[in-house]
Design a protein around this ligand. Sequence first.
Ligand SMILES: [Zn+2]
Length: 324
Amino acid sequence: MSFPVDRPRRLRSSEKLRSLVRESRLSTAGLVYPMFVCPATKVRKELSSMPGIYQQSVDQIVEECREVESLGVPAVILFGLPESKDPEGKSSLKADGVVQRAIEAIRKAKLDLLVITDVCLCEYTDHGHCGVLNKGEIENDATLEILSDQALSHARAGADLVAPSDMMDGRVGAIRTKLDKHNFENVPIMAYSAKYCSGFYGPFREAAQSAPQFGDRRSYQMDPANAREALKEVAMDLEEGADIVMVKPALPYLDIIRIVRDACHVPVAAYNVSGEYSMVKAAARNGWIDEKRIVLEILTGIQRAGAEIVLTYHAKDVARWLKS
Ligand SMILES: [Zn+2]
C-alpha cells in the first residue's frame, strides 16, 4: 500500500492525534538524578563544566532531595567525595563516610525517594583508578572484596539499590554473595554492565575528583568499538545476579541500548553522562540550540532505543517541563 491510498500525514494533523499514536512516552517515572556528596556542612559548589550541578554537603543534599521528590523524580544516585583518599579507597567503607551519612540523612528526612549508590573505588583512591593496584596494574580479584564491603556498608546505611560501576570481572557476583550473607538479599543490584571507556566522562571527573593520576581506564572499561562484547558483559552480570543492567554513556551508544534491550528480560538503564549534559548546556548558553526541545528529544531517543531507566543531570528540568 502506498500513496495516494496511504497518507502517513493523516496521523500528524493535530497534536491530539499525534499524541494518541505516539510510540514512546517520556515520563518522569523512569528518571534518576545523580548527586555529588562532599564533607562539611553548608557547602554547595556549582561545577563550572556542569551548570546547575553541585558538589554538596549532606545537609544541602537533603534540601535538594526535597526538591527532587516534589518534582516527582523517583530516584537519586549518590557519588561520594571523601575527606581523604588512599591507595585502596578504604574511606569508602566507613559507616560515617560521606555517602553513608547522606543516605541516613535522606532516610531521616523521610523523603519518598529511592536512594541508589554508586559503588566504585575511583572517587576514594589517591590514584583515581577503579581498583587497587599491584605493580602499576589494576588488580581485579583484590578489588572485589573492597567493592562488596562498600556495597554492604551502603546497604547498612539504608540504600535501596547499589550500582557497581567499576567494571571489574566478577563484581556483581561478589556483591550479591556479600549482601545475601548479611541479610540484604532484597537489595537489588543495578550493574553498570556495558560501561565504555569514553571521553564523555570528562566533566564528571571534575565533579567527582576522580581523574586517574596515571594511565587510563582501557584495561577495564570497554572499547567503544565493541558491541557483541556488551552482550557478553550483560550475560555475565545477569548470571551473577544483576537485577538491572546499564549502558553508559547513552547518546553515542543507542545501538548498544537497543541490542541489550532485545537480548535480555530485565530492566535496562542508560546513563546520559556528564559530557552529554555539558555539550547541551554550552550550546544552550550560546543560544545555538533550544535547550528544552533538545533535551526532550535526546531523552526520548534514549528511551526509544530501549532504556526504561535514564540517569540524567537533566532530570529536574525534564520533570518541570513534563509537568507544565
Ligand atoms: Zn570508578
